[in-house]
Design a protein around this ligand. Sequence first.
Ligand code: COA
Ligand code: AMP
Length: 630
Amino acid sequence: MGYKDVYEGWKNDPEGFWMDAAQAISWDQPPTKALFDDNAPLYEWFSDAKVNTCYNAVDRHVEQGRGEQTAIIYDSPITHTKREISYMELRNRVATLAGALRAKGVEKGDRVIIYMPMIPEALEAMLACARLGAVHSVVFGGFAANELAVRIDDCTPKAIIAASCGLEPGRVVHYKPLLDGAIELSSHKPDFCVIFQREQEVAELIPGRDVNWHGFQYGVEPAECVPVEGNHPSYILYTSGTTGQPKGVIRHTAGQLVALNWTMKNIYNVDPGDVFWAASDVGWVVGHSYICYAPLIHGNTTIVFEGKPVGTPDAGTFWRVIEEHKVKTFFTAPTAFRAVKREDPKGEFVKKYDLSGLNQVFLAGERADPDTIVWAQEQLQKPVIDHWWQTELGYPAVCNPVGVELLPVKLGSPSVSLPGYEMKILDDEGNELPPGELGAIVTPLPLPPGTFPNLWNAEDRFVKSYISNFPGYYETGDAGMIDEDGYLYIMARTDDVINVAGHRLSTGGMEEVLAGHPDVAECAVIGVSDQLKGQMPVGFLCLNAGADRDHGEVVAEVIKMVREKIGPVAAFKLAVVVDRLPKTRSGKILRGTMVSIADGTDWKMPATIDDPVILDEITEALQSIGYAKG
Ligand code: COA
Ligand code: AMP
């Protein structure tokens, strides 16, 4: 069956399609039907089933004879460590960890925050929660204490599982002080914290609150898998929105199992037993879906890579891992390839390794520029597939479905809608636009299984952000167009979200931090184009009248504030002081025009601008930091 047949099969009978896919899951009680629409436009899938994610990702493989197969390969060029964990070992480790959590009172439905770097214990912590039906929320290590505190207050965890430290090239990330700082800042306090002590930095434990990862597991009864309802939340993952308050994306258990399992063969083209590698971080959705859950549910071997594309130790590290661990499908972000390309444009490192076992490469998380794709294709001589999705959706929505059929590749497009989606382009009034015209990218409701049914504690925000502007549709927040052949082209975000090195960040959130500086009267943050990271944030500051300060000092202070409040991941390193911000007559800051000036792209004087002269000052300010050259 080719793509067209599979897609039509879904379109003609979506529920039948997903019920078929559901047969690959081991149910405690199979669903009687697929879609639950009693609460439309809020939808759920497989709600009346009973199932356990950890059983499907771990135990069943042991029972079905894969116990000796490697489940997780840990490869850390940063610590010079390599380790393999079989499915059998994984089951035993996860059952004991879950038993210890249960002994401390963690039960089905309780939230548990996981704050860990790229070590196998992060996956074990996620799976131990899943085993108990506890709802995990993994927080990325590049966020500061304040961001962790916001998440603690929003999801009110009973426990936090953290590592003593993370390791960035040349720098130890002190997780424990960040964790202690976050708990001090938050109103909600967890009952206890479990600390995994890494040998690179042993943290001091707070008596009565902190327990040691190994110590608290001593002598406990291993926990069995607890069956949960199909619509039981499996996790909450916070992602950036328009404001500093992140959105808590919820995933339901059964839909996630069915959809992720389906994608492994049909999209990523791997069979059980194959090695699949997503070079991301457990703190992002790619890490949830494609480092932890999907490969394990599908019986693959997954790789936990603690390193960077370059510098750990060199630009050949990706190829070394692919050769050494016999990776069949590799998934990374375009930024990572741009970083490798910059250091090794001619592919000297590629030639050193045997990549014959690699069948295809997938890119996502940000726009994949054609240069990078062509470079990768030429170096690797394999299909390099751009695909599009979002934290909200949990797995690819628009893709060239290699596992079903490799469609012609069109550079600059992540290709076509997958089953579950029918991307359309609408104008502001909600009219569908013809091929080639730019508008809001939407897809009809209901979204398929495994996507987000709602936001944690924020149903109003869910409705407002995603389903109210265009009734009957899910609004992606991206703008773009579709060509005559149904290929989608992503052009921009329609909100204040930017994408820095494949990391999704809120310029609104950064503005909230800048506005907190005592000398700042007004500010704006925009995302300008960056050759390596795709986009970079740039801040504009208007100082209070009478703030007789050295501009360089204020800039240094706000840069420090963003690093302390949001975290290093914000990569906020550029800001300028200006007298005024360009605005419309109604007072709206003309961020889009500022971006065009910075990038040196064509722009038109907005008809509604209050005072055009201000744009000259903005141009000069941008030139002073190396932008607006065009
Ligand atoms: N914990 C703590 N800090 C982290 C971190 C983590 N897990 N990940 C990144 N950071 C820090 C970095 O150390 C850096 O700090 P610095 O300002 O002190 O240098 C800062 O956050 C910005 O990180 P990043 O934007 O990733 O830049 P970089 O210079 O460290 O690396 C690349 C550049 C291109 C090599 C890197 O961005 C990369 O590998 N990107 C791939 C992106 C990716 O996989 N994204 C996942 C989405 S699917
Ligand atoms: P995240 O939720 O972090 O995965 O970010 C999702 C956003 O990243 C999307 O809404 C897009 O703006 C952008 N994005 C993801 N994949 C792609 C892609 N293949 N091409 C262009 N933009 C992408």
